[in-house]
Ligand binder design. Structure first.
Ligand code: ZN
Ligand code: ZN
Length: 176
């Protein structure tokens, strides 16, 4: 069941059916893709000591070849475990200086309950895209921009931005 969800197309279709994403999609600024395990950029970011992929290295690799999607914000999805030097793992990471790239890992979001898995994915994808639109972390525990350090945090928040983040997002979109 979860296997079928590995298909990026399925996840991305669900993603853009969400009302919070429609706002983003309408400006045609986002391109999304799935990074296959055989992708050399993923392999290059593998850290043998920690036996996981370094999200910061990965995002640098992903930022270098954006010629096909100039001016677009790119959201990559991967199913490998990713980490940052200061953290055991991260659910996702974004970088908006240089290339505008974000990555979300489904590795730690997986659970047999398909609906729960999808909602976790949507929250983290929305969170990383929010960063690409210059949103910072939000103190509102229900807001997608609240920082999630564990699954409990993710499950607590909603698949939407709070009122003030949404306002900032709209301003950011209008500035572009
Ligand atoms: Zn964040
Ligand atoms: Zn917020």
């Amino acid at each position: 069941m979860i296997e079928t969800l590995k298909s990026a197309d399925i996840l991305l279709n669900i993603l853009f059916q969400e009302s919070s994403f429609k706002l983003l999609e309408s400006i045609n600024e986002i391109s999304t893709s799935y990074i296959d395990r055989s992708d050399s950029r993923l392999q290059a970011a593998y850290d043998f000591k920690r036996q996981k992929h370094n999200a910061e290295v990965l995002i640098d690799y992903l930022s270098t070849d954006l010629s096909d999607v100039l001016n677009k914000k790119k959201l990559f999805i991967t199913d490998v475990d990713i980490f940052r030097p200061q953290a055991e793992f991260v659910f996702g990471l974004s970088k908006s200086s240089g290339g505008e790239v974000a990555v979300v890992s489904t590795y730690r979001l997986k659970i047999l309950d398909e609906e729960l898995f999808i909602s976790r994915f949507l929250k983290e994808a929305l969170h990383e895209l929010g960063h690409l639109f210059r949103l910072g972390h939000c103190q509102d525990k229900f807001c997608a921009m609240n920082l999630s350090l564990n699954l409990k945090d993710i499950d607590f928040k909603k698949i939407r931005f709070c009122r003030s983040c949404r306002k900032l997002l709209e301003e950011s979109i209008n500035d572009n």
